[in-house]
Design a protein around this ligand. Structure first.
Ligand SMILES: *[C@@H]1O[C@H](CO)[C@@H](O)[C@H](O)[C@H]1NC(C)=O
Ligand SMILES: *[C@@H]1O[C@H](CO)[C@@H](O)[C@H](O)[C@H]1NC(C)=O
Ligand SMILES: *[C@@H]1O[C@H](CO)[C@@H](O)[C@H](O)[C@H]1NC(C)=O
Length: 345
């Protein structure tokens, strides 16, 4: 009996003391390893004399970063940056606005009204330090927004000053793109349908070229406040070749002028397109038929002097045919008062 007791009591004592101790230790281990697992998700680890620590960071910053694991979502960033924002305040002195144009399509060139129509994407980029949010631990390193928010931001108020019409594509919503970067860079992009003026010089018609240009500038701000620049891309075509029914684009360039107005100097960004008329149609429809008509009228000489009615008929017919032919071509041109190449012919 006493033997049996002697065996059981120490065992019971061991069990009595061990059970709570192991479970407490297990809890500590569990907590630590959970913590370790969580931390090790973010960092590489290395050993030094103080024990295990994340590579390249002190344990303190590792902990504070770890505690701020919840990043700022878009709505939180927006509400934070927009609350103190004043859209009438020009961001800093001399905002640099970088402009880039992508030409999607050139649809028409009208000889009568001397204008052309095109679809473009125009993109502007500037820095607005009041919109910087890099200190907020953003979840995403760019904010993509719509035109509603753009109305609440400062913009350079730039426009095409020589366009005849300009419309933002609206289907199914305004085609406006707005992105804000953590450093406060604002990037906007519009899809526009524009028509602008062309300079036509018909003296070489139909072997002439047409130059069309559009000028973009900030409407409200002179160079003290806004400086406009072409981006390195400048004007780019989205299609390999821009060919219309009767014109082909041969050259394009872009440049910047500084122009003086009563209220100061303005930067004007101009893009210019040069088109060459495709004269194939005129060869077939004007030069060849009139050449044949003249040729046929020479038959009159072969008819001899006695065939008066036939000769008269031929002469008058040729004259009518020619007048009709030219009338057809001239009808689609503006009524200029100088002599064109085709008139000489
Ligand atoms: C954004 O974060 C805030 C605060 O952290 C939260 O209240 C809100 O629900 C979040 N919004 C979305 C769309 O996740
Ligand atoms: C915006 O951020 C996302 C992820 O953060 C990235 O994939 C995308 O390329 C960025 N877009 C631009 C235009 O910078
Ligand atoms: C701001 O960040 C964007 C995207 O990373 C970059 O393209 C732009 O040049 C930066 N702007 C400035 C002024 O550093």
């Amino acid at each position: 009996m006493s033997k049996w007791l002697a065996a059981v009591i120490p065992l019971a004592a061991v069990l009595f003391f061990m059970t709570p101790m192991t479970s407490a230790r297990a809890a500590i281990y569990r907590r630590n390893s959970r913590e370790l697992r969580r931390l090790s998700r973010f960092y590489d680890w290395e050993m030094d004399q103080n024990g295990l620590r994340p590579v390249g960071t002190s344990l303190k910053t590792a902990r504070s970063l770890h505690l701020k694991k919840t990043c700022a979502n878009d709505s939180l960033i927006l509400s934070t940056i927009m609350a103190p924002y004043n859209r009438h305040k020009v961001p800093g002195g001399g905002v640099q606005v970088e402009v880039e144009v992508w030409v999607q399509e050139i649809t028409t060139i009208s000889d009568i009204t001397s204008d052309f129509q095109l679809d473009i994407y125009i993109s502007e980029m500037w820095l607005d330090p009041a919109l910087a949010y890099s200190d907020l631990e953003p979840c995403k390193y760019n904010l993509s927004l719509n035109s509603e928010l753009l109305k609440k931001l400062w913009t350079p108020n730039s426009c095409f000053i020589n366009s005849k019409t300009a419309n933002i594509h609206e289907s199914p919503f305004p085609n406006v793109f707005l992105m804000i970067y953590p450093n406060g860079s604002v990037w906007t992009n519009y899809r526009l349908k524009l028509s602008g003026p062309c300079e036509m010089d018909l003296t070489g018609f139909p072997f002439d070229t047409v130059a069309c240009h559009l000028t973009f500038e900030s409407f409200n701000y002179n160079t003290d406040e806004v400086q406009m620049n072409w981006s390195p891309v400048g004007v780019e075509l989205m299609r390999e070749k821009m060919e219309l029914a009767d014109y082909a684009l041969v050259k394009r360039f872009n440049y910047r002028n500084e122009v003086q107005y009563p209220a100061g100097f303005w930067h004007e960004l101009t893009m210019k397109f040069v088109f060459k008329r495709r004269y194939g149609w005129y060869i077939l429809q004007a030069y060849l038929p009139t050449f044949l008509t003249i040729f046929i009228s020479w038959i009159a000489f072969a008819l001899g002097t006695k065939a008066i009615p036939a000769r008269t008929m031929l002469g008058v017919n040729s004259l009518l045919a020619m007048t009709f032919q030219f009338g057809n071509i001239i009808r689609n041109l503006p009524r200029v008062s100088y002599v064109k190449a085709i008139d000489v012919w």
